[in-house]
Design a protein around this ligand. Structure first.
Ligand SMILES: [Zn+2]
Length: 184
């Protein structure tokens, strides 16, 4: 496996500049995850790391939250030779399982997603899966922006850890330098 940082940068997913993140905080780095997922070779390589990490642990289903998680769960499931399902937005902006997807009690499930920032989507998926009685074997992510800062209460694996600084808008060194702000 080649150097993951180099792989990610080669896809154009790691953008440098001055960004306002979804959280409202400012950062000098933004991860555009769809630069990875538009590249099937890069996506397969990274999902392969997640699949290899959890192989042999009895996973029968890989679950991902829309949008990015749909693609990643599919590819990880394909590599493990197991079922793939996804969660999608409901009318209230939360997540739900539709399309006839369901779980049986004790079913061993792997949850995957793209970039870990706050873990909100993954936590929602975990709640839904656990409420259905399935057993979460672990969580797999492409990139952990928090470098281990979120505890899901289940085993966790990320292909790549980054510790990306972010700043409150009124205390941002990039603002003080006068760099134009890009809203993500
Ligand atoms: Zn700023």
């Amino acid at each position: 496996m080649q150097d993951i940082d180099a792989l990610l940068r080669s896809t154009g997913a790691v953008l440098e500049g001055h960004f306002r993140l979804a959280s409202g905080r400012h950062s000098g780095i933004y991860i555009e995850k769809f630069r990875i997922m538009e590249n099937p070779d890069a996506t397969t390589a990274l999902c392969g790391m997640i699949a290899d990490h959890y192989r042999g642990q009895g996973v029968t289903t890989v679950v991902g939250p829309a949008m990015g998680g749909v693609i990643l769960a599919f590819e990880t499931a394909r590599l493990l030779g197991v079922q793939n399902v996804f969660a999608e937005k409901d009318a209230d902006g939360g997540l739900m399982f539709d399309r006839g997807f369901g779980f049986t009690p004790g079913q061993p499930v792997l949850v995957v997603d793209d970039v870990l920032t706050t873990g909100g989507s993954v936590k929602q998926v975990l709640s839904l899966v656990q409420a259905a009685g399935a057993k979460v074997v672990g969580v797999g992510m492409l990139i952990d922006r928090t470098s281990g800062g979120v505890d899901f209460g289940v085993p966790f694996y990320a292909c790549h850890n980054m510790n990306i600084e972010s700043y409150a808008p009124d205390d941002c060194p990039l603002c003080r330098q006068g760099l134009p702000l890009v809203v993500t």
